[in-house]
Design a binder for this molecule. Structure first.
Ligand code: GAL
Length: 527
């Protein structure tokens, strides 16, 4: 290639980058989510799965002025409600379904909502919602930071929108090579039980603290001898580790392939040349080899006398969506790690999820990785590099995809915009819809992507996404591709407002979709 062509290509690339950043820089954060009313509103999942005999903990998520009192009619035997906190606890002895009427009351009024409790084999009947330490703190996580995160979930009001899990990722164990003294120490006790590092002096106390706030807590390990960050993994101690997590009181467990790549490719666990993070080769295509460690841990987790959501993490190798449910996985990562750029988020969200969609269902969810809104940065938090419209795209798309929603930011640094993204109950309701039907791409035309999914109430949620750096104006007529017929009322879910009804046979829908942005509607048939 001659110098002139190379120079022109470089200039073109710079111009494209500039165009991208102009689009990014020109939009200030703007809030669409209307404030929650002062009168009570019950949010969050309307179905909850529990196994017979497991400790039950469900906190009614409700917005509105405090004090608020809660009620629950037809609560089955074995469960009790604390009317002051809205926490339902106890245990159910037998399999079965129960329809309960939840109630919330304050000085501004009262409200009721139907709630279905399903006691059976399946848990995580809606995608788990919560926080995870990795995208913000990475190797800097500590018990104090986890407690602070739990406190913010409650104090910011996020818990009133259904956010529940506080998940510790890598680096609660001791590390094989770090020069940080708080990560030095024995990996296991003389009986082989895993030991936390000095930053986590009291795991049971930490779990009790989080439960005391009405929340749940999660933990992390690897099936290999080392986690990705080089901390102690579970290889050879799987049963003991499952017992330990249950004894400490954990409710969620992420199992991350990492150094198992070396084991899978035939190395001995004691072989020091096993890399902590190299996924190896065999697990990428050999389904039997890839499933083995997850099947083993899935079985040991199921043997515990508590419900532990099992999050399979092996980056989507060997089409995990086809077998994740068979190893008792409640969710499974479909992708390598997300970062806070448009390229990463949009390619994961738009390009890598469609093939997995048919395998997602209540109890078993595809996981396109954690959220990158707010202050993220893997130990060096900075404001997300996603533009405001890219963040609307991120949350809308993840909700359409029935993704587990795990906030990845330092929540002590919340700003009003980030909070507004995470507290729109009508948008969250798409993710938490009890039908559990993941959206698929129904239109892929130039820079336009349209995703649609059925909701339990018979309506359809539709996201119109613009992948270009320029706003898109449309007079949309292709309703049959959205699976819509007759007269339809669109509701703008971010603004929580109904729009004029449209006749799908001859009408059209005017749409303005911001650069890298979204219009998220719910369509209900006019009767
Ligand atoms: C990666 C995983 C991340 C995080 C990290 C911890 O493999 O995808 O989500 O858990 O390991 O080291």
């Amino acid at each position: 290639m001659n110098t002139l062509i190379r120079l022109s290509l470089a200039l073109l690339a710079m111009a494209m980058l500039a165009a991208n950043s102009i689009a990014a820089a020109s939009v200030e954060p703007y809030i669409l989510t209307p404030p929650a009313p002062a009168s009570p509103r019950i949010n969050g999942a309307s179905v909850f799965g529990v196994r017979p005999g497991s400790p039950f903990l469900f906190t009614i998520a409700a917005t509105g002025d405090r004090p608020m009192s809660f009620s629950a009619q037809n609560l089955p035997q074995g469960l009790k409600l604390d009317p002051a906190t809205g926490r339902i606890t106890g245990a159910l002895a037998m399999k079965g379904e129960h329809i309960v009427m939840l109630g919330a009351k304050n000085s501004r009024g009262s409200v009721e909502k139907k709630f279905r409790i399903v006691c059976g084999d399946q848990i995580a009947l809606t995608p788990p919602m919560g926080w995870n330490s990795w995208n913000c703190f990475a190797q800097e996580v500590s018990a104090d930071r986890v407690k602070a995160a739990a406190n913010v979930l409650v104090k910011s009001g996020l818990a009133n929108h259904g956010w529940t899990y506080v998940n510790i990722d890598d680096f609660w164990q001791n590390n094989r090579g770090s020069d940080d003294p708080t990560l030095h120490g024995p990996f296991r006790d003389t009986n082989g039980f895993v030991l936390p590092n000095a930053r986590f002096p009291d795991m049971k106390g930490l779990a009790d603290y989080v439960h005391g706030l009405g929340l749940k807590i999660g933990l992390y390990s690897s099936p290999g001898p080392w986690t990705c960050g080089g901390c102690a993994g579970s290889f050879g101690h799987e049963q003991q580790d499952a017992q330990t997590y249950a004894k400490w009181g954990f409710d969620y467990f992420k199992y991350d392939w990492c150094s198992y790549g070396g084991i899978c490719d035939g190395k001995a666990a004691t072989d020091d040349s096993i890399s902590s993070w190299d996924a190896g080769e065999k697990g990428k295509s050999d389904v039997e080899a890839a499933t083995h460690p997850f099947r083993l841990m899935g079985k040991f987790l199921r043997e515990q006398k508590r419900d532990i959501v099992f999050s399979v993490c092996e980056y989507g190798m060997s089409e995990v969506w086809k077998w994740g449910a068979s190893v008792d996985g409640n969710c499974w990562r479909t992708t390598w790690d997300i970062v806070d750029t448009w390229e990463s988020m949009s390619s994961i969200g738009f390009d890598q999820q469609n093939q997995a969609a048919p395998f997602s269902k209540p109890g078993n969810w595809n996981d396109p990785d954690m959220l990158v809104v707010g202050h993220v940065g893997w130990g060096k938090p900075h404001p997300t590099r996603l533009t405001p419209d890219e963040q609307y795209t991120h949350i809308s798309l993840w909700c359409l995809l029935s993704a587990p929603l795990l906030i990845g930011c330092d929540m002590t640094k919340f700003d009003a915009f980030t909070l507004s993204l995470l507290t729109n109950d009508e948008v969250i309701a798409v993710d938490q819809d009890p039908l559990g039907k993941q959206a698929t791409c129904v239109i892929n035309d130039g820079d336009l992507r349209v995703y649609a999914r059925d909701l339990e109430d018979g309506s359809r949620a539709v996201g119109f996404f613009n992948r270009s750096v320029k706003p898109m104006e449309l007079s949309f007529k292709d309703f049959s591709k959205l699976g819509l017929a007759g007269k339809q009322t669109p509701r703008d879910l971010w603004r929580q407002k109904n729009l004029a009804a449209v006749n799908t046979a001859m009408g059209s829908l005017p749409l303005t979709i911001p650069a890298h942005g979204v219009v998220l509607y719910k369509f209900t048939t006019v009767k």
